[in-house]
Design a protein around this ligand. Sequence first.
Ligand code: SAM
Ligand code: SF4
Length: 326
Amino acid sequence: MRDRYGRIIDYMRVSITDRCNLRCKYCMPDGIDLVPMEDVMTYEEIAEVCSVAAELGIRKLKVTGGEPLVRLGCADLVHSLKAIPGIEQVTMTTNGVLLGRYLHELLKSGLDAVNISLDTLSRERFAAITGRDELPDVLESIEAAIASPLRVKLNVLLQKGINDEEWFALASLAKEKPLDVRFIEMMPIGSGREFTGIANPELREELRRRFPDLEEDGSVHGNGPATYVKIPGWNGSIGFISAIHGKFCDSCNRLRLVSQGEIKPCLCYGDAVGLMPILRGEQDAEKRRAKLRAALEEAVRAKPKQHCFEEPEHITETGRMGRIGG
Ligand code: SAM
Ligand code: SF4
């Protein structure tokens, strides 16, 4: 599919739950309302939407949440998504707490790669950021994932005065380990508005100062907007996802399927195309697929030229990142 600006849309992020076993303050603080389970798409409904999306040209799916691994049977879903004709890659973003437990099943299901979120190497700080004392399990999961055939990336969200001093320790994980470490700039979505992030150009500059022989890494690492640098001798690369200080909308390739059955054309705006009336209202399978196709095409047509994170007053998305899926 091509949108109005000529961009090829071949990637869909699929949020399968708004539930999570952590409570990262910038994403899902304690006390938030959860969507009633009957309003969340079933796995059959998710698979049907993904299958129609594949007919329209979606080739890569990212399973996300909330925390995807808190939803029972997540590996079975991965298996059914991998079986959809046209889908070339199914990957996952997880906080890693349950990854060790489900890794074997996920590998059997054909998962291609995993992104694990890790903001700190300090157990105390982890508990303060996420509300839960789960760092040891996350670190074990990271080791297990690295030892498996999966491609592994770490997602780091730096907050000024909270964990920014750890940036180099976190980046250095890519020195010995075969994984990419990516710094994601804090986006002013949901509770993220209340936190001050770190500008990626500052980190890049500091890395270049420390490693004058730093090289740009133009090789393709995934489906996303990250740019990468490589430090000679290091195993993995350092990536930057710079929504605020490095607008990447020209190469936007994505749709977002939210667990309540909505398709979001852009993370920044509240607009969404509702699929539940089609999924639950149209009993005829052929007509249902035709209507889903039309809804997905409508979402692609509605993709805006660019986000406006640098002008927060124009952001119309009012939901939490944990509901949208990042
Ligand atoms: N629970 C999984 C995890 O943490 O990886 C998947 C969902 S989570 C919403 C996906 C990613 O969004 C995480 O890497 C998280 O750090 C990031 N994220 C959450 N809130 C954010 C914000 N306000 N700005 C930028 N990234 C955010
Ligand atoms: Fe949960 Fe991921 Fe949000 Fe943290 S960032 S609260 S782990 S969904």
